[in-house]
Ligand binder design. Sequence first.
Ligand code: ATP
Length: 440
Amino acid sequence: MSEVTMEKIVSLAKRRGFIYPGSEIYGGLSGFWDYGPLGVELKNNIKNLWWKMFVKERTDIYGVDAAIIMHQKAWEASGHVKGFSDPMVECKKCKRRFRADQAEGPEGTRRVGGKCSECEGSFGEVRQFNMMFKTHVGATEDESSVSYFRPETAGGIFVNFKNIVDSFHPKLPFGIAQIGKAFRNEISPRDFVFRAREFEQMEIEHFVRPDEWKRWFVAWREEIFMFFETIGIARDFIHESEIGDGDRAHYSKRTIDFEFDFPFGRKELCGLAYRTDFDLRAHTETSGVELSVIVDDATGEKIVPHVIEPSFGVDRAILALLTSAYTEDELNGEARTYLKFNPAVAPVKAAVFPLLKNKPELVAKARDVYEKLKTEVSEIAWDDNGNIGKRYRRQDEIGTPVCITVDFQTLEDDTVTIRNRDTGGQERVAISTLDSVVRQ
Ligand code: ATP
């Protein structure tokens, strides 16, 4: 099997309508990507499976969808205004900026032996660059109207902690989950959707008793592996990396990065952090609103819970799925490319074809099969364009697990052929059993 490269993945993602460069007709905008029809479905499948596993199927986790822009004080309290920065150097000659801890700069420029690859200029002092996107809320553009696009979804969870406690009176431990966009003005966005300036996160803040954090930290390690197994990334492909003192985010006392072998190297796919009571205490101090829970109804004893945070990036999960699913092989003597998606995330679950487009009786019958299946299993595609071999290739390339062909025999005995993406093997099944076969 030949190597899976970023070029192949990026090209397939664009060609087949998964992911396009943002603002492409204007030459693109670095760090921004647009999801096309298949990308949206893939993304929704991942988010829905996550929500089902961590919110719907549990009674101790509450979902929220908080505003992206919050009060400036919330970001001061969380430490992001002061500390959410990356080290940066600037070329003294051409003014291009680079992450001081990485070799690459914007638009493919590089730091080569301490010099700028574009103009060979030397660099100034290392400075801290705050990665939050600043904006102004309302018609006045002064310091009081400054706010930020959230750099992580966690912020919206902490500011709603009291609301959840007041509405639902949960007992510890309990969690709050959120899926949504986050924004970081990355100095050097790169590696496709891996390091973007606008991306999506799926985060849980799990509130626990302070003396129980270790137990919950271990439990969440396992949950993380289980989630990736659910979407089709086996645990053997995920590697834990303990983050040492000095390298952790300002709020964390313990962090594990879960890494994946992307084509450009082993890099963080998601993270698990022990955020202590840092955020609840900081928001209490800044807002003046007490953020605590009653742990003993009889005495009214209150505590400030500690927090375990599993933080998943949707876009990195998509890139990991594209990387692990991308397969090149030979089928019936022909080279082919296909995405070996787990059916749970495949954007299209099955495609229905009439064998020939110009035979009305075949088309009508295939249409019936298609309409029926669509009501039973969603995400069914219709394709009557080109010869059957071409249609198979198209579906293979987008990772459709099975293709169903209506042929002349169907008109006689109500059976169809069902063809497996991975093996290319075909079998005949009765239309009456089709939905259960496809589901399986
Ligand atoms: P990195 O070290 O790669 O910059 P991080 O440690 O800053 O990542 P976290 O703050 O832990 O990332 O964010 C949680 C998750 O959000 C990451 O594991 C990743 O999946 C996702 N994420 C963070 N930054 C980006 C980005 N710029 N583009 C896409 N996804 C991101």
